[in-house]
Design a protein around this ligand. Structure first.
Ligand code: NIG
Ligand code: FE
Length: 405
């Protein structure tokens, strides 16, 4: 519709702005309109109060549909080669994720496939996933490395991330995850791999990443190793974040708070003290209900985490092993149906919460100056997202002031 990022969006039955005084409150405007100029939000309010003299803008008439900020998916692994459908079948039959990894499968199977794949294949398969995410309303997405585990492939993954950010109408935020699992070449020398990550791999990757993540868990890296890696990342300007206490409680959530991480993700086994520490540190809890669904593990209690005062975000964790989930509306529905979040909390967590988890302050809310990223639903209100969990409710997606899907 608009090449300039100028657009008048009108006829909105319910507009979610997230522009409330109290964080976590889902502010809404009834019978609303939004003016986008130069790709940014210029004005938000009731349509009857539209300012005079706005000139000749391209118009999107929503015909009484709901609109909200574009979804911010704050945790994905969408760059990978191959798939693990056979492992999924084995897990359904009783195989355990940790055993598959210990036998050289799991993440290591994806590492082998990713190392062997060319850049074009990695970019094309990831672009197809990102286009589906965009069509489902995601306008900002975090993407991690972590299936290379060597200097060349970790760097290549982040180069593909940069290229996708430039080529697709979706903001792609890069995260370095060199410490995903221990690569097989270092099976007998963990310390040498941690040294490699803290030195040559980070040297090659830090210029292409925004934050540094570590999978801190039983089968991956311990708290001491994670602290070393996150500290080395921070020295190169990368904000820390953690895959924390997903499989068991190893102290990763506490480390996230100690180090002032931007986010602590998963948190299946976080204790009450961990939640207090995260709240005090201002670390965002990124919850990933698609993982609990596909792993058939108990869903963490999202209500408990929210009520502890921790800022909550929702994300897909899209990856070939634990959750090949691409769409945020599905994640919102799971969070309401299985994690105890209210629809308002889940929608906030999938928009503003995700933006805070990424430090993307201009995303996830609609007020003057914010990014002109909106989702228009083929439904009268945000409640319909969890209410119709398999509904394909996204009608239009607006990115930087232009209708892109
Ligand atoms: O977030 N837990 C570690 N990393 C991913 C899984 C990646 C994979 O299995 O390929 C996760 O669940
Ligand atoms: Fe993950």
């Amino acid at each position: 519709v608009s090449a300039t990022g100028d657009l008048l969006v009108r006829g909105i039955s319910e507009l979610v702005t997230n522009d409330a005084v109290r964080p976590g409150d889902l502010a809404t405007v009834v019978d609303a309109a939004v003016i986008l100029r130069g790709g940014r939000v210029a004005w938000v309010g009731p349509e009857r109060a539209l300012p005079a003299g706005i000139g000749d803008l391209p118009v999107l008439s929503c015909g009484g549909r709901a609109a909200l900020p574009g979804f911010v998916d704050a945790h994905t692994h969408v760059i990978f080669a191959g798939d693990r459908a056979a492992e999924f079948e084995a897990r359904l039959a009783g195989a355990r994720y940790e055993e598959l990894l210990a036998a050289g499968g799991g993440i290591l199977a994806t590492v082998r496939a990713t190392r062997a794949a060319g850049d074009e294949e990695l970019a094309a398969t990831a672009a197809a996933r990102l286009r589906r995410m965009l069509a489902a309303g995601t306008t900002t997405v975090e993407v991690k490395s972590g299936y290379g585990l060597d200097v060349a492939t970790e760097r290549r993954m982040l180069e593909v991330v940069r290229r996708l950010d430039a080529e697709l109408p979706i903001t792609v935020v890069p995260t370095f995850l060199g410490a995903h699992v221990l690569p097989p070449e270092f099976r007998d020398d963990r310390d040498a791999y941690v040294e490699l990550v803290c030195g040559p791999i980070l040297d090659a990757c830090a210029p292409l990443a925004r934050s540094c993540d570590v999978f801190c868990d039983e089968t991956a890296f311990d708290v001491g190793e994670a602290r070393r890696i996150l500290t080395a990342g921070r020295a190169r300007g990368l904000r820390p974040r953690l895959h924390a206490d997903q499989l068991s409680r190893v102290g990763a959530a506490a480390l996230a708070a100690e180090i002032g991480a931007l986010s602590a993700d998963h948190l299946d086994h976080a204790s009450d003290e961990d939640l207090v520490a995260l709240r005090t540190a201002g670390t965002v809890a990124v919850l990933l209900p698609g993982v609990s669904l596909a792993m058939r593990t108990p869903f963490p209690d999202g209500r408990r985490i929210w009520d502890a005062g921790v800022t909550v975000a929702l994300a897909t964790d899209c990856n070939p092993g634990t959750a090949w989930v691409e769409t945020m509306p599905f994640v919102i529905a799971l969070a309401c149906l299985e994690m105890g979040l209210t629809p308002a909390q889940a929608v906030w967590a999938a928009t503003r919460g995700g933006a805070l988890a990424l430090g993307e302050t201009a995303a996830g809310r609609l007020h003057p100056g914010a990014r002109g990223d909106l989702v228009v639903l083929d439904a009268p209100g945000h409640l319909h997202l969890p209410y119709r969990p398999d509904g394909r409710l996204v009608w239009r997606v607006i990115k930087d002031g232009a209708v892109v899907a």
